[in-house]
Design a protein around this ligand. Sequence first.
Ligand SMILES: *Cc1c(COP(=O)(O)O)cnc(C)c1O
Length: 392
Amino acid sequence: MASSFYPPQRTLMGPGPSDVSPRVLGALSRPTIGHLDPMFIALMDEIKTLLQYAFQTENELTLPISAPGSAGMEACFVNLVSPGDKVIVCQNGVFGGRMQENVERCGATAVMVQDNWGEPVSVDKVAAAFDQHPDANLLAFVHAETSTGVRSDAAALCALATQRNALSIVDAVTSLGGIELQVDKWGADAVYSGTQKCLSCIPGISPVTFSARAVERISNRTHKVQSWFLDMQLVMGYWGGSSKRAYHHTAPVNDLYALHESLVMLQEEGLEAAFQRHQHNHLALVAGLEAMGLAMAVAPECRLPQLNSVLIPEGVDDAALRASLLEEFDLEIGAGLGALAGKTWRIGLMGFASSERNVITCLSALEAILCRQNAPINSGKALNAAQAVFKG
Ligand SMILES: *Cc1c(COP(=O)(O)O)cnc(C)c1O
């Protein structure tokens, strides 16, 4: 006979999911109501408005897809790409590769612009790709590469796309709520995110927003969108305007209570204050790690405050260290991915998990286990260095 599942209380400092705020978990357990209940429809409208704030946009087509970030990614591609299109896809980590896969599954050609893992997308290389492929009508890139901890210049890339008469698709799964993301000001056309990174919310929902230009391209499609569930024309009938809502699917009612609560929290804190909190905790963590003698894997000017890639010192048993952190300290950090597997740790400071408490917890636990493994580090320095940043 199976019995109830009681998960341990972990501290989630990996690449996501991140710690969920108790306020959000509380909202999740409120009574379920019908998805066409007038009270729920009012909540859906408020979620749209709160998402417009988070995305800094007035785009009417702004809503949460009822599925994880990967579905938001797919929603952008299947609606904007038609068979025979040419799409410039930037890859500097894991997620650019998934964009290529999406483009090809839409029957289009992906023109790949490759940059090293751990470096930002080169705007010059993208401009050269447009020179070579003036018929490309879309540019897709990742703003915050969670696999490496790198931020790319989304403002410049969106401006370049607009200049070349192309639309932009921006992966902002890890950026939303953690770093500046100005959808309207930057002229981004289709942007997707996720709830489990910097929004302090549970995994499983994907906020998306489409510009008027993107909506126009969707309306002018001659091929049906290959996905029924993610066809924005149909989803709009459910989430759209104030007119009668057509049943499309059953919204994940309680998950949307959770998203609403997390967006209320973001509005209460204020976007600018949330970005500053992420930045401040990041600087304290880096000060502590460097005082310990560890080195960061990404250049300071393109580091993501919410995802910190650290080089693993020679001779350290990566898997054993992460297992000890989890078993003894209930602390999860991320392993390196792809080209960086075994070479880096990825320490997340996302949303509710971006706190002074978590910085101190992580530095202490990491130092304890590194000392046990006789790693060549400076012990007894990290907490002072972090405290200096918190005091300053
Ligand atoms: C996490 C992540 C995704 C995928 O989101 P899921 O919710 O896991 O489907 C996509 N892009 C980036 C940059 C991410 O960090």
